[in-house]
Design a protein around this ligand. Structure first.
Ligand code: NAD
Ligand code: UDP
Length: 338
């Protein structure tokens, strides 16, 4: 029987790519989004890619009545909870917005799942929970550190809330996916990352600079103790991240009644900012205007994933290269700005 999966934030960057994967793997996604950081036209693009009608509900994750409506209408087998605010800088300016959307939103969802007896949850977490790690190659047992921002705090507390519930006997099956640095776009160039205003993240800043929308990329810091002095991250193609959610649903189906697993979603390889610039220039033939700038506050010098647990428990590993992701991001940016 086709499984109904509620996808909160399903019109967003990672959510939209996951909806495609879900459909391609025979699931029936029901998207819930308030379009606070995405556009309704994403749903049209999803229909174009999948050649299928997408069930989409416009509503807010903090609204209990919306869940009652959805859970009553569809027999939901599992929830993938993407919906959250994610701008680190904004979270420093306005922590309450982040506590409300990311933590209150999670609580309202959990209460609704309890009311409607829905027990399977995949939660979007982040490598931010490792903070500035002592060992840059982090596995899931690496210590969780005090977060650098209110945004990071909401991811850590979200994980802890879920862990607490399961440890105290709540019959729930939870997978916490700790994403490293998702980049790229769908190979069709119909969906991708669409930041509002000036991008905070590296890849959209690069592609917008290459198109002349931004004058120059600032490379934040050149004196870190890394391969070339710039920060190192584990960049992972968004379609690979999306695919991990399908594997997580399979894991949930085969898990004991009460369980929680945290799993890193990364490639296991680190790439520096300068290496990303070189890859971009090589793959696109476009020369990028960039300069060194002071370090950005809160940046961790180097972090990448030990991804063995994902391989063993999810039977998942990244299939795209960083070059693929950079190419796809470029194709998407060119199409978006046309
Ligand atoms: P995104 O902003 O593109 O997508 C989030 C979606 O949720 C958007 O469509 C937004 O409109 C929606 N949304 C937000 N608040 C909502 C609410 N109250 N009700 C209904 N819809 C709401 O973000 P993303 O990059 O796709 O990230 C998805 C999840 O992954 C987030 O939880 C984020 O914290 C986490 N994450 C992202 C990254 C990353 O680099 N993109 C890294 C680690 C973790
Ligand atoms: N970065 C940069 N210039 C930018 C944006 C990002 O040099 O305009 C660097 C940033 O300092 C970090 C890396 O690129 O070392 C990845 O940053 P991003 O914000 O994409 O992800 P983060 O790892 O901070 O979540």
């Amino acid at each position: 029987m086709t499984k109904n999966i509620l996808v909160t934030g399903g019109a967003g960057y990672i959510g939209s790519h996951t909806v495609v994967e879900l459909i391609q793997h025979g699931f029936n996604p029901i998207v819930l989004d308030n379009f606070s950081n995405s556009r309704p036209s994403v749903i049209d693009s999803l229909e174009e890619i999948t050649q299928q009608k997408i069930i989409s509900v416009t509503g807010d994750c903090r609204d209990a009545a919306v869940y009652d409506l959805i859970f009553s209408k569809y027999k939901i087998d599992a929830v993938i909870h993407f919906a959250a605010d994610k701008a680190v800088g904004e979270s420093v300016q306005n922590p309450l917005k982040y506590f409300d959307n990311n933590l209150n939103g999670l609580m309202v969802l959990l209460a609704a799942m309890e009311r409607h007896d829905v027990k399977h949850l995949v939660f979007s977490s982040s490598c931010t929970v490792y903070g500035n790690p002592d060992n840059v190659y982090v596995d899931e047992n690496s210590p969780l550190k005090s977060p650098e921002s209110p945004y990071g705090f909401t991811k850590l507390v979200g994980e802890q809330m879920l862990d607490n519930m399961v440890r105290h006997g709540k019959k729930m099956r939870v997978v916490l996916l700790r994403y490293f640095n998702p980049i790229g776009a769908h190979p069709s160039a119909l969906i991708g990352e669409r930041p509002q205003g000036i991008p905070n993240n590296l890849l959209p800043y690069i592609t917008q600079t290459a198109l002349g929308i931004r004058a120059e990329l600032s490379v934040f810091g050149n004196d870190y103790d890394t391969i070339d002095g710039t920060c190192v991250r584990d960049y992972i193609h968004v379609c690979d991240v999306a695919d991990a959610h399908v594997s997580a649903l399979t894991l949930l189906s085969a898990s004991p009644d009460s369980c929680i697993e945290a799993i890193n979603i990364g490639t296991g390889k680190g790439t520096s900012v300068l290496e990303i610039i070189r890859i971009f220039e090589r793959e696109t033939g476009v020369s990028l205007n960039w300069k060194f700038a002071p370090r950005r506050e809160g940046d961790v010098p180097e972090i990448y994933a030990k991804a063995d647990k994902a391989l063993h428990t999810l039977n998942w590993k990244a299939t795209y290269s960083v070059s693929d992701a950079v190419k796809h991001a470029w194709e998407w940016e060119k199409k978006t700005q046309n």
